[in-house]
Design a protein around this ligand. Sequence first.
Ligand code: NAX
Length: 332
Amino acid sequence: TTAPLRVVVTGAAGQIAYSLLYMIAKGDVFGPNQPIILHLLDIPPMMGVLEGVVMELADCALPLLHDVISTDEPSDAFRDVTAAFLVGAMPRKQGMERKDLLSANVKIFKVQGEALNKYAKKDVKVLVVGNPANTNALICAKYAPSIPKQNFTAMTRLDQNRAQAQIAERLGIPVSQVSNIIIWGNHSSTQFPDASHAVVEEHGQTTSVPEALQDAAWLNSVFVETVQKRGAAVINARKMSSAMSAAKAAADHMKDWFSGTIAGKFVSMGVISDGSYGAPKDVIFSFPVTIRGGKWQIVQDLEISDFARNLLDITGKELEEERQEALQIIEA
Ligand code: NAX
């Protein structure tokens, strides 16, 4: 029998976690044969709510879920974990700017980086969902020097999934037939959703998305803006930020990281930048990656148009600014 895997979810009393915990506990991420011990972290005022979540997890009667530890202590939450979903943060409210979030959240991710450094497995895979996700991941890595920087990632998979859905809808085909869409840069309104290397597969035939669409104007304007502003559109409609879709994206991200990508396919993840594609170094930048043996690699040698170059530079610059602001907050 397989030994259970310890998986921590922070913000476990929140709305993304409410969907995500079920996905993890029923085997969507680590497979149908991998037992799980869930570690749930939230803040002291949420312990009552968290107790309700623990009750519901028990009531799901899930065979893979061997144990649940719920706590407000990072030392218990991060002990011996192999995977970490860092969801807990202050969520963006209607009308709130991302920049306002930075100061509140940087401190959280410093504490959690230190706890990961001290208590987690040295090969722990960390996915930061809480915003500003890229910069939070960078801070977290900075305070966990005993864990490789490659093990800290930020979620842009929701943006990728949104982009995929937009393309599929435009072409009137199932989402499963669309792949290799890229999200470049920051998980913010400066992100660049790029379908120029994406492909459509139908009846064993592969066509590039630009060729299938025959509508460059739509791809460079409406498509980009729709994806960039999708989070705000969901908030406007639901009066709450994306939760079900965010949980699904987090599950997709971690599943691919642990089990690898299919030959010829890539996915987007915020990872520590080595300067590929002229992106700034040492920020968490979303790149197209392939994954094998639990290790990601940035896809190289994709052609970058002048249009793309400009947008890559804008989102890279924003990440450098966020890094600088975050470091100022920490040093103050
Ligand atoms: P909720 O407010 O429903 O839940 C957040 C939970 O985190 C709360 O229970 C809160 O008590 C807890 N929390 C706060 N500080 C904590 C700490 N120091 N340690 C542990 N737990 C803590 O927000 P939810 O809708 O679940 O969103 C969570 C985060 O995901 C937000 O920052 C949000 O902006 C971000 N998102 C990121 C996305 C991405 O693509 N990267 C998309 C969806 C989402 O907007």
